[in-house]
Design a protein around this ligand. Structure first.
Ligand SMILES: N[C@@H](CCC(=O)N[C@@H](CS)C(=O)NCC(=O)O)C(=O)O
Length: 203
């Protein structure tokens, strides 16, 4: 299977974390949707024009980071990213939604949006979310407890990519969680790729 992704894209990093956690091999195709030519290539595969996109060997396309990870859980083996227990699975998906919609998206706004009013609203949202996450992580290693799940795949990339735009240092347990994440082999692997890609782009 081929994974179309961009190393600096947080949703791509989310999926890469799951691939690495499961140790599933894939063919990497790096595409930058911000480049008109590469975007046109991507739009031939998916009208959404977004990365990540998984294309299976039979041509079937799986867009959307959460759906790609669900596909891997069903078909690729390795440790489950969504628990088999239905209640735990629902809670994991809930935290995945919180991470994507209310942490990743406001972080992207803070890092990129020129409108000060939108940035201020996004910072307020982040403070609410990071405060809630801080309480949640006071007695947990990972978002769902002892197991690293889809919820961590979603939560870690925005902290990694945009953390400096809205620091987490005020949040003791989020900071400790992030430090633990930085020691995790899957995260270290994604981070190495991000750093190598950024260094190459800057040279
Ligand atoms: N909901 C999507 C979001 C994917 C997404 O927003 N990808 C960004 C990069 S992080 C992208 O491809 N942006 C290009 C565009 O929207 O034109 C997912 O979870 O995969």
């Amino acid at each position: 299977m081929k994974l179309y992704y961009y190393p600096l894209s947080t949703y791509s990093q989310k999926v890469l974390l799951a691939f690495h956690e499961k140790d599933v091999p894939f063919t990497a195709v790096v595409l930058y949707p911000g480049d008109p030519q590469q975007r046109a290539e991507l739009q031939k595969l998916t009208p959404l024009g977004k990365v990540p996109l998984l294309v299976l060997d039979n041509g079937w396309k799986v867009p959307e980071s959460t759906t790609i990870i669900e596909y891997l859980d069903t078909h690729a083996g390795g440790p489950r990213m969504i628990p088999a227990d239905l209640d735990l699975a629902r809670q994991t998906r809930f935290h995945d939604r919180l991470a994507d919609l209310y942490v990743n998206e406001p972080y992207r706004t803070v890092a990129r949006e020129p409108d000060p009013a939108r940035v201020a609203a996004a910072r307020e949202r982040l403070d609410t979310m990071l405060g809630g996450l801080d309480n949640h992580l006071a007695n947990r290693t990972w978002v769902m407890g002892d197991s690293f799940t889809l919820a961590d795949c979603a939560m870690i990339p925005p902290l990694l990519q945009y953390g400096s735009a809205h620091p987490i240092t005020r949040f003791e347990h989020v900071s400790a969680y992030f430090a633990r994440a930085m020691e995790r082999p899957s995260v270290m692997r994604v981070r190495r790729e991000v750093e190598a890609f950024a260094a190459k782009a800057a040279s």
